[in-house]
Design a protein around this ligand. Sequence first.
Ligand code: ADP
Ligand code: MG
Length: 591
Amino acid sequence: MAAVTAAQPRSSKTESYVDNKRKEDIRQANIKAARAVADAVRTSLGPKGMDKMISTANGEVIITNDGATILNKMEVLQPAAKMLVDLSKSQDSAAGDGTTTVVVIAGALLKQCLLLLTNGIHPTVISDSLHKASTKAVDVLTAMAVPLEISDRESLIKSASTSLNSKVVSQYSTLLAPLAVDSVLWVVDPAKPDMVDLRDIKIVKKLGGTVDDTELVKGLVFDKKASHAAGGPTRMENAKIAVIQFQISPPKTDIEQSIVVSDYTQMDRILKEERNYILGMIKKIKATGCNVLLIQKSILRDAVTDLSLHYLAKAKIMVIKDVEREDIEFITKTLNCLPIANIEHFRAEKLGHADLVEEVSLGDGKIVKVTGIKDMGRTTTVLIRGSNQLVIDEAERSLHDALCVVRCLVSKRFLIAGGGAPEIELSRQLGAWSKVLHGMEGYCVRSFAEALEVIPYTLAENAGLNRIAIVTELRNRHAQGEINAGINVRKGQITNILEENVVQPLLVSTSAITLATECVRMILKIDDIVNVRDSTMVSAAKYLLSSRILYGGFFLNFLFCLFVFFSKLCFLVNNETIHMQHAHLAIQALL
Ligand code: ADP
Ligand code: MG
């Protein structure tokens, strides 16, 4: 590769760069693989983006528009391409939304880096300049952002709608956006107003109805029916609820034992003992005034037996069994009660209180709802409905993005316009800044600025607009000082995007840019892929050597020589793994 002599002779010594062929090849291969991943999700960006149908190896089908989900399901093998998949995951955990944007920006940055590399700029110089540019970009975005009050419910709903508008379930955004806002605002702890733990919002999915029937339940929803054995109650007003982690069934011996019963009197005695044991437990439970039991799923022995259910029904205690272990924390927090691990600790002060616990028929099944909880913890439940599992799953993913958007706004209270406005403004300001920078740095920052235009280009392209005309006009409007001018994909023209209510959290944009830059810098700095040798080769060698010593013989000697020859060959030909595997296969075939 020819080295480019820099414009300033002062800096040419450190900044120009000649790479050797192998390093160049590896870098190019990495960049190409990562760009292929970015290209795969590019068509999904924006409200007019396409959806992907993913068919997994086990026959599962997923329809989604969410970048993180698409990439997560793609079985990417190339290590650099995998980094882009991880990038999308990091954006998902940092901001929750913008998972397609981050990958598309990284792809565009990589494209620019390839150009810079072919011009002979040293990867370290590119990497440092990118870092500088991204820091500056965050400053520019922060300056553009509009502060927001958490009490401003309307603005929160607008940003949640923007996130939902680009999803498969976009037609339900008028229902889902307020729902997301209300649930997040409800779980915010006044003692820690910046913190939102999304684990406090439980999503329960139930097939049947449409997404329109999705509701926010201030209470608990169990996707199971109450126990109907022996005609136990299925509705309880003024409920006193206990969450128990022990079993109401006869105890088992610690070690495996069999008891031989030889006559009827013995059998009677055992049954009587069992009955007394269970009755004793139920009496203790009843004595506290408890009338609803939530029983944790047990793997050691049956949590309840027919006999205990029978007595519980007689005592008019409603039973919901098989509550998952991981749900216990959420349930106890919601009910403001304590889980009870032993019958000896069953006391009235450990119970939760609710106005109503009732079993409701829904779609093809039943659910149990607990409402009117007294001193309810700061948690909430969203019951998602849908006509098929694909829609329900996508509604859940979309709602998760909307919840994350509101969470972002609660922790960092700034909004920014969408529709490509921040990216084009960044591109303009960084472009101007690059002119005052010296040497290769300015050149790299300019490339960074150009790369950011990929977002407005892609938004226009996906909406079927003339991308060159739209982006040129957008650039023009920004040059005239309209920093909130963006692509209105519905009208197919440039408008003030803030007035169109297309807003997103500042955190989504800043973290997309910083994470994408970090990832690209990391890919740039890789100049070799070192494969760890296959250990099967070593074990094969050991095996052959030991059999040769033990049994001797011409054939084994021959095999050993062959093995040595192949391993030498693969070290000579190439120090990558494929040849090692070939040699190994050849030996296996011979054996
Ligand atoms: P991501 O997974 O990155 O969130 P999306 O498919 O949600 O990807 O698209 C987000 C992009 O679409 C953002 O750049 C946002 O500004 C833009 N966008 C969303 N809604 C609109 C709209 N109504 N008009 C124009 N742009 C929009
Ligand atoms: Mg989005």
